[in-house]
Write a protein that binds this ligand. Structure first.
Ligand code: PGA
Length: 266
């Protein structure tokens, strides 16, 4: 696990983009795990810029998103399919048939079948090479709320009151936020070969401190990443503000051999 503290969200997002670009250049058909929310928006903008200005080629890339709201179809403006199309997919020349998001339009007994289908799709793609994560103010990753099994697979979850409030800004009314979602499980996320978790702002500081320096516990689902061999936390000053060892993390990054640093920092 590595912690990289950047002065602001823009520089952290540029570092994340540099890591993804390096992977896509080395493996053009890389399997990317993608996230929604406010946090990855600057990262997607930077990747779009690299596609346009530097010819970064996404035409063979395959993608799997973490989650989707149940009850929202792909055209709903708050659906994650809509979010991904408008903020990323429509601008990078990716093959739309190779972009995967759980269906929000299943219910009843079809839900477990959709979850099993999603897991099988990830498996048959050869697994996820790099998973992008945000983090909830309660430590959730994907929509794995506190208390989620650390071994969980893709399944239906019921959102906490706090997450519904946090996400109300994407809906015309707070009551419109769905109660249920499909989300990759924590076990699913842990099988990704590399993980980049991004977190910005003081509202994420407690969740980050718990995840990085606290005990491994389902009360802070992101803390399981302490057990992942290739995880980088890319945080800004605000999100780093409650870390006890922040001086050490900065010292480590500044004193790494150049080849271990993110391209652009060497
Ligand atoms: P945010 O959400 O990026 O909109 O803060 C993160 C999350 O809930 O995982």
């Amino acid at each position: 696990m590595e912690l990289i503290i950047s002065p602001d969200p823009a520089s952290a997002s540029r570092r994340a983009a540099a890591l993804i670009a390096a992977l896509v250049r080395e493996k053009p058909d890389a399997v990317l795990g993608l996230a929604t929310g406010s946090t990855p928006l600057r990262l997607y903008q930077e990747l779009i810029r690299m596609h346009r200005a530097e010819g970064l080629d996404f035409s063979k890339v395959r993608t799997f998103n973490l989650d989707e709201y149940l009850g929202l179809g792909p055209e709903h403006p708050a659906s994650y399919r809509h979010f991904m199309r408008t903020n990323f997919f429509d601008h990078i020349g990716v093959d739309p048939t190779q972009t995967h998001i759980p269906s929000g339009l299943v219910n009843g007994h079809v839900v477990p079948a959709e979850c099993a289908r999603y897991e099988e799709l990830i498996r048959s793609a050869g697994g996820i090479d790099l998973q992008i994560l945000g983090i909830g103010s309660d430590g959730h990753i994907g929509f794995n709320e506190p208390g989620s099994s650390l071994a969980s697979r893709t399944r239906i979850k019921t959102l906490t009151k706090r997450t519904r409030e946090d996400n109300a800004r994407f809906f015309s009314s707070p009551d419109d936020v769905p109660h249920h979602v499909l989300t990759m499980g924590i076990g699913t996320i842990m099988e990704s070969r590399t993980v980049l978790l991004l977190a910005f702002g003081e509202s994420k500081a407690s969740a980050i401190a718990g995840a990085v320096e606290g005990p491994i516990t389902s009360s802070n689902p992101a803390s399981i990443l302490q057990m992942h061999q290739e995880t980088k936390f890319l945080v800004d000053e605000g999100a780093a503000s409650k870390l006890e060892r922040s001086d050490y993390y900065r010292w480590v990054y500044d004193n790494k051999p150049a080849w271990q640093r993110v391209e652009g920092d060497r």
